[in-house]
Design a protein around this ligand. Structure first.
Ligand code: NAI
Length: 344
């Protein structure tokens, strides 16, 4: 493990096996420098155990950077459950909950891919170290998505200023890839600010319905990244910025909620060479983790959460200015800032 390519001085990596339920899981704690390691729990059919370890190592490091740049008193961690062929079992979720509880708060979990609100509630019956539970959050769903969209909107204002010299989003043309939980709300918020929208979704009916409501244009899921627009906002999948898609972009900036938008570090360089401003995803999409951890930390006043989410815009502006001054790319500057914040 210590020579694993994704190992980055992680503080602990726990391999869990529960004989009774057959649970196989990994909890990676990358850093507790700023506080308890927070990061979601993912339930996934990994091709190999090593793929699960790589995911846990990579994602927990990403959470350290994201939480630090969001100004949260939290470190970075991640849990992954190696999904068994027979599907999810309640006993496994309970066993993971007991293991998280035994960590005494060093790791705080939250919902991620493959976990449902019911699974999170099952974890919450075993341990208090679960963020984003509906019951504790005081709202109907506990969903982080609205806060994520609010944070992306704040980020897009900063992007419009830095890339287009615009004060506000009125008249700015944004092409949205994916109008699900985050992208759908973002589209409505942008519409309210007077932005011009082109929408695309793998589910064309979803894009069509929303476009009809907002008077927006639509494009096919295959073409949205190449639509001529001021800003392209990826809100669907990771790795959408790559050697194939970047040459086709016709925008001044890329900024959206999707995690891990750059397929490789070289793709950041490709964007920069084309003069396209990139908003580091782990800064702009932090609204959700701000929302769920605020509630976990017991300061869920809406004003408190809103001010932290709004700070995403100021943080991006700071990163863009530093990148310009230092002649480096925004994601390089952001990573260096985050590493300083976690004492690395
Ligand atoms: P979602 O599943 O509600 O929405 C994703 C939408 O993208 C769906 O409507 C889907 O049909 C569409 N889609 C999938 N592939 C597509 C493609 N190739 N082209 C166009 N549309 C496509 O997911 P959600 O919650 O809105 O998250 C969106 C992205 O933001 C994900 O990458 C997620 O990891 C990231 N994110 C979400 C956060 C949250 O609070 N929900 C927090 C941080 C990141």
């Amino acid at each position: 493990m210590f020579d694993h390519p994704q190992f980055d001085a992680h503080e602990s990596v726990t391999h869990l096996h529960d004989r009774a339920s057959g649970l196989n899981a990994i909890i990676a704690v990358h850093s507790t420098h700023r506080g308890p390691a927070a990061g979601g729990c993912r339930h996934w059919r990994y091709a190999t155990p090593d793929a699960a370890l790589a995911d846990a190592l990579r994602l927990s490091r990403g959470m350290s950077l994201k939480n630090a740049m969001a100004g949260l008193p939290m470190g970075g961690g991640k849990a992954v459950i190696l999904a068994p062929a027979g599907g999810k079992q309640d006993g496994q979720i309970a066993a993971l909950g007991r293991a998280i509880d035994a960590m005494g708060g060093r790791y705080v979990t939250a919902e991620d891919v493959g976990m449902t609100p019911a699974d999170m509630a099952a974890l919450g019956r075993q341990t208090p170290h679960v963020a984003g539970l509906p019951a504790a959050s005081g709202d109907a769903t506990g969903s982080p998505s609205p806060a994520t969209a609010d944070g992306v909107l704040a980020g897009l204002r900063a992007v419009a200023a830095a890339a287009l010299g615009r004060d506000g989003l009125s008249g700015v043309h944004v092409a949205l890839q994916g109008v699900g939980a985050v992208g759908g709300r973002l589209a409505r918020l942008l519409h309210a600010e007077g932005a011009r929208l082109t929408l695309a979704d793998l589910d064309p009916a979803r894009a069509d319905t929303l476009a009809h409501e907002l008077g927006a244009a639509t494009a096919g899921a295959e073409e949205i990244l190449a639509v001529p627009a001021d800003i392209v906002a990826p809100n669907a999948l990771g790795a959408v910025l790559n050697a194939r898609t970047i040459p086709a972009l016709r925008c001044a900036a890329v900024a959206g909620a999707a995690n891990n938008q750059l397929e490789t570090p070289a793709d950041g360089e490709r964007l920069a060479r084309r003069g396209i401003l990139y908003a580091p995803d782990f800064i702009i999409n932090a609204g959700g983790i701000i929302h769920v951890t605020a509630r976990y930390l017991g300061d869920a006043a809406p004003e408190h959460i809103q001010s932290q989410v709004a700070a995403i815009g100021r943080r991006l502006t700071h990163v863009f200015e530093a990148a310009r001054d230092e002649r480096r790319r925004p994601e390089q500057v952001a990573e260096a800032m985050a590493l300083r914040l976690i004492g690395r």
